[in-house]
Design a protein around this ligand. Structure first.
Ligand SMILES: Cc1cc2nc3c(=O)[nH]c(=O)nc-3n(C[C@H](O)[C@H](O)[C@H](O)COP(=O)(O)OP(=O)(O)OC[C@H]3O[C@@H](n4cnc5c(N)ncnc54)[C@H](O)[C@@H]3O)c2cc1C
Length: 266
């Protein structure tokens, strides 16, 4: 290929076509990844689940290994789009679009996923937390294609939350995912990510650091929810004001822990 920067890769085409239909984007040359059979595979090996670039959201949802190992990702995908869109849209397309409100991204970050990228120069692996450079800009080079997402199978409690204007079939105002490991009643690791609160998916590091080492309890979780609300500085837009998004972020923390550790709230 003479000039790879002029190529547009398409997979399910559910994001690209929105821009084309609105007249905002006119691809010059299209490379359709549709028929690359190897890309559709979801496999498990060496403590990792590898989701191929052409695996659709429905493939992800239907996969028993994924459902068992990554319930927060499964929940996110279940709440995405509608069945007809999920039947063609891919997980990798969601990661590539890099929308700050993409639903699959917070759980993939919470599970510490890695993006596997290939070009004629070879293959490289980019931790998803290093993937997002600025608003909808990623670490993908012009001559590269994503071949898969790898997710390590970690023994943790994990949850996904999404709040939109409607309960279903809506994009998120704020979404979030939390993965925690608890040892002897104390938080050992905490990975907390929000969408819809910044130009790129946001890691709530202050909240996580506050929780790590603390004994799990209702008061600690309420304090964490206040820290999360202060830690983010979202923009106000048609989907919600800064104050509303802060309140949603705080509510999400309570909802995550109510689901994951209900006995703390009895
Ligand atoms: C009606 C509707 C509802 C939706 N609802 C939701 C929702 O609830 N939540 C949500 O998060 N999203 C939603 N979306 C957005 C969209 O469906 C998802 O982002 C989807 O996962 C995109 O996947 P795709 O395969 O269609 O991507 P495509 O449109 O094919 O591609 C998206 C981007 O990824 C790039 N790309 C694709 N594959 C590769 C690859 N292998 N290597 C490198 N680059 C690649 C493309 O060049 C493009 O930039 C919705 C879209 C529609 C139309």
């Amino acid at each position: 290929v003479d000039n790879p920067s002029k190529l547009t890769l398409i997979s399910g085409d559910t994001d690209i076509m929105v821009g084309v239909n609105l007249g905002k984007f006119q691809p010059q040359k299209i490379v359709d990844l549709h028929r690359i059979r190897e890309f559709t595979c979801i496999s498990r090996d060496n403590g990792l689940i590898t989701i191929g670039a052409r695996a659709t959201l429905s493939d992800v949802l239907d996969n028993e290994e994924v459902r068992r190992s990554f319930p927060a990702l499964t929940e996110a995908v279940r709440q995405m789009c509608s069945t007809p869109i999920r039947n063609v849209a891919t997980l990798v397309g969601n990661v590539c679009t890099a929308s700050p409100i993409a639903d699959a991204i917070p759980p993939l970050l919470a599970y510490d996923a890695t993006v596997v990228v290939q070009s004629i120069k070879g293959t490289r692996q980019v931790p998803l937390r290093d993937w997002f450079k600025s608003y909808r800009k990623t670490a993908l080079g012009h001559d590269e294609v994503i071949v898969a997402i790898e997710i390590p199978i970690i023994d943790c409690l994990a949850s996904f939350e999404k709040t939109g204007k409607r309960k279903t079939l809506d994009i998120a105002t704020v979404n979030s995912a939390l993965a925690v490991q608890v040892k002897k009643g104390h938080f050992e690791t905490v990975r907390l990510f929000f969408g819809g609160v910044a130009a790129v998916p946001f890691e709530a590091e202050m909240t996580s650091e506050f929780l790590i080492g603390k004994e799990a309890g209702e008061a600690v979780i309420y304090e964490a929810s206040r820290i999360a609300a202060k830690e983010i500085s979202p923009l106000s837009d048609v989907r919600g004001s800064l104050e509303f998004r802060r309140q949603l972020a705080a509510n999400h923390i309570i909802k995550h822990f109510t689901k994951l550790m209900p006995s703390l709230f009895e």
